[in-house]
Design a binder for this molecule. Structure first.
Ligand SMILES: CCCCCCCCCCCCCCCCCCCCCCC/C=C/C(=O)SCCNC(=O)CCNC(=O)[C@H](O)C(C)(C)COP(=O)(O)OP(=O)(O)OC[C@H]1O[C@@H](n2cnc3c(N)ncnc32)[C@H](O)[C@@H]1OP(=O)(O)O
Ligand SMILES: Cc1cc2nc3c(=O)[nH]c(=O)nc-3n(C[C@H](O)[C@H](O)[C@H](O)COP(=O)(O)OP(=O)(O)OC[C@H]3O[C@@H](n4cnc5c(N)ncnc54)[C@H](O)[C@@H]3O)c2cc1C
Length: 730
């Protein structure tokens, strides 16, 4: 059943919709994955609309504490319906379709995110990917029915990217058959895990495993952190909320510190490695990075998350652009809809196209992920490196493009786009975080680069490579192949675009009408053309640079270019006979470079004389070599004040014009450095990261401890909502 038409729709929007060249329902089915999926989604939407509590006061007007409590209240109501629906499905495909539908529909209830995001997005997937069969049988039902609430604590204050550098230790004690968890340093404090601050009672902790005196690297452990009845943190743990952030404000991201905290031996998630009762370490995995599996899964998920979030942003911006009228193009005619401006279309249409590019690629990537997983079940990990490289670069690019595109959508909505109520700021805050979490943008691109370089080496040795990168071999033997970096980038872009094109063409080739096919083709072309224009620099086979040529023949090219100069076409320029050229000294930019040198010279000489007087005193008091080097800003302050005062003393006997010049030099010195060092001059950077003494981790922790949610050990929403829900009394 289609959605019912709504009364009182803006006339401009109605007009735009009437102009649509295709059946909207057909496209809706395509996006949902089929007619049945659309019907099921609407059924669930209606059920939730009837049963879900809505906000009484807009979320953004609440205090941080109220926001959190409101998010718990709504999440618990949603989870109740979700758990019920999940319990009715039996097949894996139905479950994944249902989860996706729930995710999409649930998104409408939160301006920010649910405190259960990590439970659903990482805790459950890690149980599935890292537990032995017996452990799955124990933990999965508890997690699926939300009898326990979990999160994923890997990142520490000191390390996020470099997982091997994590400092939390899990040391096996064979006497008691327990692991002892410790945070040996401040920088080893777990930091960031969503839901950890107030909500979770369980936690996956990634720690360095020690047994029999040897370290076996990072491993995941499943750990209870709060009392199931009182919700109080267990003894040996310090746990709290990390403080306000750009987005994710209702995710209660938390910190966790261990002090000789004991957990049973089978808390180690034992799918890929075991520790026997006597402390013997047994490796099961065929690939050393299988413990990083959940991250790959979430990176794959994020491609579809980005498609969805961008689809919301661009829908908001396009609808508003149809409604918004601005500027008088022709006297006495209505102001145009801003959507009709080509510049506005330029801002928006690429986002529509990008949504489809991401969604089709995401569908394909998820299928690839499942295929690789299925192969790994039979012990074949050959495709894992490529999946890692692929999910890394697609995650990096789509999260980065998505947040940039959402900013464009916000710009496209003018001032009103800046209102929280437009939802664009929240969408931006959510998506820009995805560029950092689950693997920083640069770091993930470097992982892909590493794979490509290794593949390239294989190609050069004449070895077979996987189909996705087989083009490297094909191009290598062709004359047209351009082995310059630009040529390689172009080939990668062609491959990336190829996935989108083939998938979108494949997806629309069956059952769909010509009208839909036309639109999809246009969107696909737009995506390709847009990016070939955006990246013209990369696509050009020469860099147009004498210095950056591939063959490094820098001097030959400099000379060739010099000889082409029109000035070299005549032996003597006519200005020799006529007007002289300006002196470079007359250029302000040249003065900017030089005059400060003159001023500095005077400053240094004055200060040197003054310094000489005190130097002997200082060295005799402290001893030569024991004085610390003066910090730069202190030194500069000295130069300034000495220069200023000494200059005043010494110029009094000079002639007035010379005094004026020398005073100008003092001013120049002072102003120049005021401008150069204005960052340093801002006395209050108000930043935990940028403090002068660099005590970053101490300050992060101090601020977190000041955080109001940490003033009470258990938030009242635990007693009001969480506990009755967990105990099935709600
Ligand atoms: C159930 C009831 C239902 C009811 C409820 C109803 C409600 C309905 C709602 C429904 C909701 C559904 C939920 C959906 C949610 C979707 C959204 C999810 C959002 C989740 C939020 C997440 C928040 C954030 C979490 C985090 O950030 S967790 C922490 C993540 N951290 C990182 O990503 C760290 C990044 N660093 C790394 O990955 C690595 O350290 C590194 C790769 C950078 C380097 O690692 P290392 O140093 O060990 O490796 P080397 O560089 O030396 O490389 C060695 C070789 O290993 C290969 N390698 C590296 N990584 C991998 C890998 N992952 N896999 C395979 N191989 C890998 C390298 O390539 C090297 O290989 P080579 O030697 O052959 O070259
Ligand atoms: C909203 C949000 C939610 C999060 N949720 C969780 C969670 O639930 N659980 C969890 O465990 N973690 C979580 N995190 C942490 C997140 O995974 C890390 O912040 C992320 O992996 C980046 O690591 P980092 O903070 O150590 O950055 P850093 O690695 O310190 O990055 C700082 C800079 O250094 C650069 N850099 C670092 N290494 C290299 C390198 N090798 N080569 C070149 N450049 C490099 C980066 O590109 C970046 O520019 C969350 C983070 C955020 C923002």
């Amino acid at each position: 059943m289609r959605n019912k038409p709504i009364a009182n729709v803006n006339a401009d929007l109605l007009k735009e919709r009437k102009n649509c060249s295709f059946d909207i329902e057909e496209l809706t089915n395509l996006i949902d994955g089929g007619k049945n999926q659309t019907a099921r989604r609407r059924e669930i939407e209606n059920m939730l609309l009837k049963n879900m509590p809505f906000d009484i006061i807009p979320e953004e007007c609440l205090s941080a504490k109220e926001k959190y409590e409101n998010a718990v209240r709504k999440s618990v109501a949603l989870n109740k319906i979700g758990v019920e629906l999940v319990s009715q499905v039996t097949k894996a495909k139905e479950l994944s379709d249902l989860t996706l539908t729930l995710r999409r529909v649930s998104d409408a209830y939160f301006r920010e995110v649910t405190p259960f995001l990590l439970h659903l997005g990482m805790f459950i997937p890690t149980i599935l990917g890292q537990c032995s069969d017996e452990q799955v049988a124990h933990w999965l039902p508890l997690a699926m029915q939300l009898k326990i609430i979990g999160t994923y604590a890997q990142t520490e204050l000191g390390h996020g990217t470099f997982i091997r550098g994590l400092e939390t230790t899990a040391t096996y004690d064979e006497r008691t058959e327990e692991f002892v968890l410790n945070s040996p340093t401040l920088s080893s404090s777990k930091w960031w895990a969503g839901g950890l601050g107030k909500t979770a009672n369980h936690c996956i902790v990634v720690a360095q495993l020690y047994t029999k005196g040897e370290c076996y690297g990072t491993h995941p452990f499943i750990v209870q952190i709060r009392d199931m009845d009182t919700h109080m943190p267990l003894k040996g743990l310090k746990v709290g909320e990390i403080g306000p952030r750009l987005g994710f404000q209702t995710a209660d991201n938390g910190f966790l510190v261990f002090d000789n905290f004991r957990i049973p031996r089978d808390s180690l998630m034992m799918k890929h490695a075991k520790v026997l009762k006597d402390g013997t370490y047994v490796k099961i995995a065929r690939h050393s990075k299988l413990t990083y599996g959940t991250m790959i899964f979430v990176r794959v998920l994020l491609v579809s998350e980005m498609a969805f979030n961008l689809s919301k942003a661009v829908t908001i911006a396009v609808r508003y652009s149809a409604v918004r009228r601005q500027s008088e193009l022709k006297p006495n005619e209505p102001e145009p809809q801003v959507l009709d401006y080509l510049t506005q279309q330029h801002k928006l249409f690429i986002s529509i196209s990008t949504v489809y590019a991401f969604q089709f690629t995401s569908n394909w990537l998820m299928k690839t992920y499942h295929t690789v997983q299925a192969n790994m079940k039979h012990g074949n990990t050959d495709a894992l490196p490529e999946l890692h490289a692929l999910s890394s670069c697609l995650k990096a690019i789509c999260t980065s493009d998505c947040s940039a595109a959402i900013e464009q959508c916000r710009f496209a909505c003018g001032g009103h786009g800046y209102m929280i109520s437009s939802n664009l700021p929240s969408l931006y805050a959510f998506t820009t975080a995805t560029r950092t979490y689950e693997g920083d943008y640069t770091v993930l691109l470097l992982q892909t680069a590493r794979f490509l370089v290794k593949t390239w080496e294989q190609v050069e040795l004449g070895n077979a490579v996987t189909p996705m990168v087989a083009y490297l071999a094909r191009h290598q033997n062709r004359e047209a192949w351009d082995e310059s970096p630009e040529g390689i980038i172009r080939a990668f872009e062609a491959i990336a675009a190829g996935v989108y094109q083939t998938e979108s063409v494949r997806s629309v080739s069956f059952g769909q009408s010509d009208a839909i096919k036309d639109v999809m083709k246009q969107l696909s072309d737009l995506y390709l053309l847009y990016w070939s224009l955006e990246r013209t620099g990369d696509l050009l086979t020469t860099l147009k640079s004498t210095l950056g040529s591939y063959d490094g023949r820098v001097y030959e090219r400099l000379m060739e270019e010099a000889l082409k100069s029109p000035l070299n076409q005549e032996p003597v320029n006519e200005s020799f006979h006529n007007e002289p050229e300006p002196q470079v000294m007359d250029f302000v930019s040249q003065q900017h470079k030089l005059f400060i040198g003159i001023a500095s010279y005077y400053s240094y000489s004055m200060t040197a004389l003054w310094l000489w007087d005190i130097l002997t005193k200082v060295t005799s008091e402290l001893g030569v070599g024991k004085t610390d080097r003066l910090p730069e800003s202190h030194g500069r302050a000295v130069f300034m004040s000495v220069f200023n005062s000494e200059m005043e003393k010494s110029v009094s006997s000079l002639s007035a014009p010379l005094q004026a010049v020398l005073r100008q030099l003092v001013e120049l010195y002072l102003y120049y450095w005021t401008l150069e060092k204005r960052g340093d001059l801002l006395l209050v950077l108000q930043s935990t990261l940028g403090s002068y003494d660099g005590r970053v981790y101490e300050r992060l922790m101090e601020e977190a401890l000041k955080n109001p949610p940490n003033k009470e050990p258990v938030n009242e929403s635990f007693h009001k909502y969480l506990k009755p829900f967990i105990q099935g009394k709600l």
